[in-house]
Design a protein around this ligand. Structure first.
Ligand code: DHB
Ligand code: FE
Length: 272
């Protein structure tokens, strides 16, 4: 009694892999190089870095399975589209209050000036796709890079959990926080995934983006990203995660000494 899903999936996987090998006349040397590469990915992966995931991402596989999964689970077109989790999520980001900042600025960092220029107030509502009603007590878990393009765990110059926070929505379903307009940055390109990109003459950049996981009891958890429309890589993401509905416009903000930009973005959740 074979495992039912595997019995369905494996014949197709084998057929496509064999067809691929025949189509390109794959040699023993080439197959060996691929095996070595996958082994190297595994060896350099730990809880800070997932090189095998990165390898999948640059061939669009994580974005594709995200798309397939969300299409299977979505019940209405009005739900906010999902996007890939990516390799830099950390659980247990600080629980903050609405109106707090996730930016820990030290004037000594080289990116201080840009952080001021990109200072942004983020707000919006979390609503039910089915009823359109605001969801109170939804948790908005948010993270992005510093202006140097590095996530906190990649960067000695940032304090632990910098640029990360969790916010609970108020009675109107609203979240609000101070963050930054995100910048484009290269995915880690010092390993096999980066070497493959270089051999294909591809760049490693992702358009500036902010990650979110939005959750509430009774609703399907939404993992997504929003993309700043100012970014030159918006049509050329190295991991193919951009969707039109996730491209956002920051507007100039007046009369707030803490932010020069505002982003208003609502999250629409589907039923569980
Ligand atoms: C990838 C995704 C990200 O969000 C990121 O910041 C870096 C890399 C990825 O898909 O590999
Ligand atoms: Fe990211």
């Amino acid at each position: 009694n074979a495992h039912p899903r595997l019995a369905q999936v494996m014949p197709s996987l084998v057929r496509h892999l064999h067809d691929f090998a025949r189509e390109v006349n794959l040699t023993v040397a080439e197959w060996t190089a691929a095996v070595d590469m996958i082994n190297e990915c595994g060896k350099m992966s730990d809880d800070r870095r997932n090189e095998t995931q990165l390898l999948c991402d640059i061939i669009g596989l994580e974005s594709l399975v995200d798309e397939i999964t969300s299409k299977m689970l979505a019940t209405s077109m009005s739900e906010t589209p999902s996007a890939i989790l990516g390799p830099f999520y950390r659980q247990d980001a600080p629980l903050l209050s609405n109106g707090d900042s996730i930016v820990n600025l030290s004037p000594s960092v080289s990116w201080y000036e840009q952080a001021i220029a990109d200072s942004a107030f983020l707000t919006g509502r979390v609503v039910s796709g089915r009823s359109g009603m605001p969801i109170k007590g939804a948790v908005v878990d948010v993270w992005h890079t510093a202006p140097n393009g590095l996530y906190e765990q990649q960067d000695e110059s940032q304090p632990d959990m910098n640029m990360r926070g969790r916010f609970a929505t108020d009675a109107d379903g609203r979240y609000s926080l101070y963050a930054l307009r995100p910048v484009a940055y290269p995915i880690p390109d010092d390993g096999p995934a980066g070497r493959l990109l270089a051999m294909l003459d591809r760049h490693p950049y992702r358009p500036g983006h902010i990650h979110f996981i939005v959750s509430a009891p009774g609703f399907r958890t939404l993992t997504t990203q929003v993309f700043d429309d100012r970014d030159e890589y918006i049509t050329n993401d190295s991991v193919f995660a951009v969707k039109d509905e996730l491209v956002v416009k920051f507007k100039p903000r007046d009369g707030d000494s803490k932010a020069l930009w505002t982003l208003e973005y609502d999250f629409v959740l589907g039923p569980q």
